[in-house]
Write a protein that binds this ligand. Structure first.
Ligand code: AMP
Ligand code: MG
Length: 343
């Protein structure tokens, strides 16, 4: 069994992953209530909260796994906020040292990349390698508050970037859009809720990089065009048309993501399509990408809701499934705040 820790941003999380059974337990403490009033994550407050939460979470989890054997510790080594990563890595090192266990540093982005496969493994743990073989090469879309990228998970389980963003991440575009519309933080779920009562074709926002063959995302133009529009509108009209604005803005983000995913599917030879990261919670995005998968006749694998945002389940799973995370890094493990998915 692998005990995994995640503390890269504003979630303190622990999980126990058993290769023979699947995820045996997951514990998470979300800091949203702390950062909400600041309109975004405050790194110093986040690190202090991790410090406060990590021991009580360990205590809760330990009551659960008592009796079963933990054979390895896994922890997020990056990317993320330096002080937050350091706290997780220091805790994991202390556990590994005290229990004389190997320690694996896991790339957080690779955790997101592997997260849609947690459910595949859970269906028949003994047959995971065989089933995975039939799904590779895999095209995955990771969409979160800090990252937006398409990657290829090859038949040999190596990961390479297919497309990334030139400026903002999709989640960041939604969060900044929500701020311009006077909504709270995080903006993605609020926009999704309001969009349900609005028309997606009420306003026309730009769709990022227009040239079809170009594989990269861009969301800064979209955000700027919302700013110009809102600045020209009387406040009462913004309030009145909020649902239409949310629906149209959300549609532009989803279409930008779907178009580039389609281009990548057309250009490559993929046998499955995946979706993960916090923005993968968005139902409209899930439906749109599921339709792309149907069009290309490949299975669609979306991370389960509990594995979309930051979580330790994906870190424990990637520590086992990703050959890049297999090594014992012991006390030499370092944090890497700006690690890319290929690192
Ligand atoms: P993460 O960076 O993975 O923790 O995910 C957080 C990001 O996901 C934030 O930018 C949120 O606004 C966004 N997000 C969360 N839920 C949704 C949703 N239902 N629709 C759109 N965006 C969402
Ligand atoms: Mg994340």
């Amino acid at each position: 069994m692998i005990l995994a820790l995640e503390s890269s941003c504003d979630e303190t999380a622990l999980a126990v992953f058993d290769p023979a059974r699947g995820l045996a337990g997951e514990w998470i403490h979300s800091q949203i209530a702390i950062h909400e009033r600041h309109g975004g994550v405050v790194p110093d407050l986040a690190a202090r909260e991790h410090l406060r939460q990590v021991a009580p979470l360990l205590e809760r989890a330990q009551g659960f796994w008592k009796g079963s054997r933990v054979s390895r510790i896994a922890v997020t080594r990056g990317p993320g906020l330096a002080a937050c990563l350091a706290l997780g890595v220091a805790s994991a090192k202390a556990l590994a040292l005290a229990w004389k266990l190997p320690l694996s540093g896991v790339n957080h982005l690779r955790g997101h990349a592997w997260s849609p496969f947690i459910a595949v493994h859970g269906e028949s743990p003994g047959d995971f390698s065989g089933r995975l073989g039939g799904l590779l090469p895999h095209l995955g879309l990771v969409v979160s508050g800090g990252h937006t990228l398409l990657f290829c998970l090859g038949a040999d389980r190596t990961i390479s970037v297919v497309a990334s963003t030139r400026d903002d991440a999709a989640g960041e575009a939604l969060d900044k859009g929500a701020k311009l519309l006077g909504l709270g933080y995080p903006g993605g779920p609020l926009i999704e809720k309001l969009a349900l009562g609005g028309r997606a074709d009420a306003y026309r926002f730009p769709r990022g990089i227009i040239r079809k063959s170009e594989l990269s995302f861009s969301f800064s133009g979209l955000k700027t065009s919302l700013r110009y529009l809102v600045e020209k509108m009387p406040a009462s009209e913004v309030a009145e048309r909020r649902a239409d604005l949310c629906a149209s803005y959300q549609q532009a983000v989803i279409e930008s993501l779907a178009r580039k995913t389609r281009t990548a599917l057309e250009q490559g030879q993929f046998r499955s399509l995946g979706l993960s990261g916090g923005v993968a919670n968005n139902l409209r995005l899930r439906e749109t990408l599921a339709a792309e998968a149907v069009r290309h006749r490949v299975p669609f694998l979306a991370a389960r809701a509990e594995h979309t945002g930051d979580n330790a389940g994906m870190i424990g799973f990637a520590a086992w499934a990703d050959p890049a995370a297999a090594a014992n890094q012991g006390s030499g493990l370092r944090i890497e705040p700006s690690l890319g998915i290929e690192g």
